[in-house]
Design a protein around this ligand. Structure first.
Ligand code: FAD
Ligand code: NAG
Ligand code: NAG
Ligand code: NAG
Ligand code: NAG
Ligand code: NAG
Ligand code: NAG
Ligand code: NAG
Ligand code: NAG
Length: 526
């Protein structure tokens, strides 16, 4: 985000025009005096940010052996990362082409890289009006020389008297502006500082289910909901996903509080459901739909190892041929492929009652298990039952590690590809290349309970059966050009882009919110 937006209320548009697009690297960046007054007006929540690994670099002015040891010990903890405003999940997005890694090149001084030099540590909606661990895998949260509003400590502002309070349940929610007589629904209200771990804990205690993401510290209110997040519960809810957000509270580009839902500010509501974070406003609260709890969940894990990738590909092909039938049976599936092995995780959230569930699991994957048994290493198939969503979620997604140099790219695979033998053979070849590749079944193609105009996500989702994610690591010897290539090749919104851009120009005509690869970045910024 760029600076001028902060001053809209106090200094007016003239200032904004003069300093549009200033970064801290430019001469037009705000003077020390203005910063000092901001410092006072936001209760001294302003932090000057340095790359988090700086204390480990011997030639850096911040070098501090003791602090380095402490940072290094916690480095891979997602929760530690979430408490550092300059840290990102993949350290490429801290560094860019510069260098302040913790695992190599320690004998060079640190460069600021993509870490935002100035951060507003917001604690309330008012702080946000005056003025985020970056999880984003394509660097939406990074920005050379720009200004960051960190929302980690903004939790459910509905109860802002207690800043540590987390989300709460709204037993009878009706959206503001809804016609008289609109039926209420059970909902959950959450703030940007509420990670999914908080939300699932509250949901479990309240006997409800919330359709959300997997990252424990990923915000339930930020990049996930705004950018097209996918949930392990999609198999059940099909493409109802963004329908689950019932209402956003935002601070807009003019510093004004706005409530957007299907009945009021519906254009902004549409943009916020898929158009991306950091683009249309700062979300300070989300109201999300809920569902009744599950009582018995069937989960299965199949681990297959082969002597080489050719052998693995033959089993993978058999597995991919089953996708349509598994989708029809409402299995949730995610499959991580690593050249010569794959781990398939599966769950059935509402399995049939009164039958032997171990048998149900075996009968779902018979051809895959048979093909895997043909390999020299025998497969492992583990079947378990769980009493609630949180238990199965915690088993499949223990807190992951953070802070490694990795980059990701993803593709939607349309349903029809899975019916084309030639295409499947090619796909299987590609995914056994030296990357980590993750297949996520999307329950797509079932086209659909929801109007295509309901959300601004890429319409391609509606025809897709899988989202596949390619992940690759980065070492001191990897050419920078490879990572730059990955940054170039992203297309997020398909046919919805034009309308999103029109709305961006309407809601944020001065380009106050700017981030790389976001709607409008070709018009407004870097
Ligand atoms: C461990 C892990 C597991 C994940 N699992 C899933 C998953 O199951 N499904 C899935 O779809 N994705 C998943 N993701 C990806 C994740 O949803 C995205 O990276 C998402 O963009 C993170 O959002 P954030 O707000 O937490 O992070 P950030 O990196 O802080 O923000 C991402 C973008 O949103 C903007 N933003 C953040 N907060 C706000 C706000 N309050 N108002 C306006 N804009 C805001 C930022 O400016 C930035 O542009 C996972 C990521 C991790 C690290
Ligand atoms: C902001 O306030 C803090 C705390 O009083 C102070 O240490 C810091 O120097 C101030 N920064 C500026 C730029 O005024
Ligand atoms: C961090 O810890 C790892 C593992 O103990 C060690 O190999 C590495 O040298 C440490 N790095 C620094 C910068 O201290
Ligand atoms: C989830 O709720 C159940 C009660 O419904 C409880 O027994 C269980 O301990 C909770 N799980 C966690 C991880 O808190
Ligand atoms: C893969 O392994 C199988 C079985 O060990 C072997 O027959 C085959 O030649 C190997 N293929 C390659 C390309 O190494
Ligand atoms: C359920 O099926 C599995 C596998 O077919 C079998 O081993 C197990 O004994 C069955 N359990 C019961 C209670 O029948
Ligand atoms: C197992 O291997 C044999 C011999 O290579 C082959 O004929 C058979 O089709 C394989 N079975 C499966 C299920 O892949
Ligand atoms: C099947 O896939 C191949 C390879 O991508 C493509 O050339 C061919 O046109 C596809 N066939 C059909 C019927 O779609
Ligand atoms: C990073 O380096 C690559 C290749 O060396 C260059 O093409 C690219 O412009 C650089 N990117 C940035 C953001 O500086």
């Amino acid at each position: 985000m760029l600076l001028p937006w902060l001053f809209l209320s106090s200094l007016g548009p003239a200032f904004v025009l003069a300093s549009m697009y200033c970064t801290t690297l430019d001469a037009c960046w705000s003077s020390a005096q203005i910063w000092a007054s901001l410092n006072t007006s936001v209760n001294r929540h302003r932090i000057a940010m340095c790359p988090p690994a700086a204390p480990c670099h011997v030639l850096d002015p911040l070098f501090d052996e003791e602090m380095c040891t402490a940072i290094n010990a916690s480095w891979t903890s997602l929760f530690f990362g979430a408490d550092q405003p300059g840290a990102t999940q993949g350290t490429y997005w801290e560094n860019g082409n510069a260098s302040c890694y913790i695992d190599f090149w320690l004998d060079t001084p640190c460069e600021q890289g993509l870490v935002m030099p100035i951060v507003l540590n917001a604690h309330s909606l008012e702080d946000v009006q005056k003025g985020a661990l970056g999880h984003d895998f394509i660097g939406h949260t990074s920005g050379e020389g720009s200004f960051l509003i960190w929302t980690r400590h903004v939790q459910n502002l509905g109860r802002s008297s207690d800043l540590r309070a987390v989300a709460d349940i709204l037993p009878e929610f009706v959206a503001l502006g809804a016609p008289k007589g609109t039926k209420s629904v059970k909902a959950i209200r959450m703030g940007p500082g509420d990670g999914w771990a908080n939300i699932y804990d509250l949901a479990n205690r309240s006997d409800i289910v919330v359709v959300g993401g997997t990252g424990q510290t990923v915000s339930s209110t930020g990049g996930y909901v705004m950018g097209g997040g996918i949930s392990i519960l999609f198999g059940l809810f099909l493409l109802m996903r963004f329908i689950d957000v019932l209402q956003f509270t935002l601070v807009d580009a003019f510093g004004k509080k706005v409530i957007a839902n299907a009945h009021q500010n519906s254009n902004l509501f549409w943009c916020s459901r898929g158009g991306g974070g950091g683009t249309f406003g700062v979300v300070t609260e989300v109201v999300h739909k809920t569902y009744p709890r599950y009582h018995n969940i069937l989960a299965a894990t199949l681990t297959v190892s082969a002597p080489n990738s050719t052998e693995l590909a033959s089993v993978l092909k058999v597995y991919l041929d089953l996708q349509h039938s598994l989708n029809d049976a409402q299995w949730w599936l995610t499959t991580a492929v690593q050249q010569t092995s794959f781990v398939l995780q599966a769950a059935l959230f509402t399995p049939p009652v009164g039958v032997n569930l171990t048998q149900v699991a075996h009968e779902a994957f018979p051809s895959v298990i048979l093909a895997a048994q043909n390999l020299s290493m025998s497969p492992a198939f583990v079947v378990q039952e769980f009493p609630n969503f949180l238990a199965v979620h915690n088993m499949f997604f223990p807190p992951s590690s953070s802070g490694s140099p990795e980059v990701l790219a993803s593709h939607l695979i349309p349903c029809h590809v899975f019916e084309n033998t030639t295409a499947m053979t090619l796909l299987v070849q590609v995914v056994t290349e030296p990357f980590t590749v993750i297949f996520n079944l999307l329950a797509g193609g079932t086209d659909l309970k929801v109007s295509p105009h309901a959300t601004s996500v890429n319409p391609g989702w509606r025809k897709a059966l899988h989202l596949i994610i390619f992940a690759s690591g980065w070492t001191s010897s990897t050419p920078l050009s490879i990572w730059d290539t990955l940054r170039q090749t992203l297309l997020f919104w398909g046919d919805n882009y034009e309308h999103l851009l029109e709305m961006k120009c309407k809601f944020d005509p001065l380009g106050v919110f700017e981030c790389p690869k976001c709607v409008g970045s070709e018009v407004f910024g870097s």
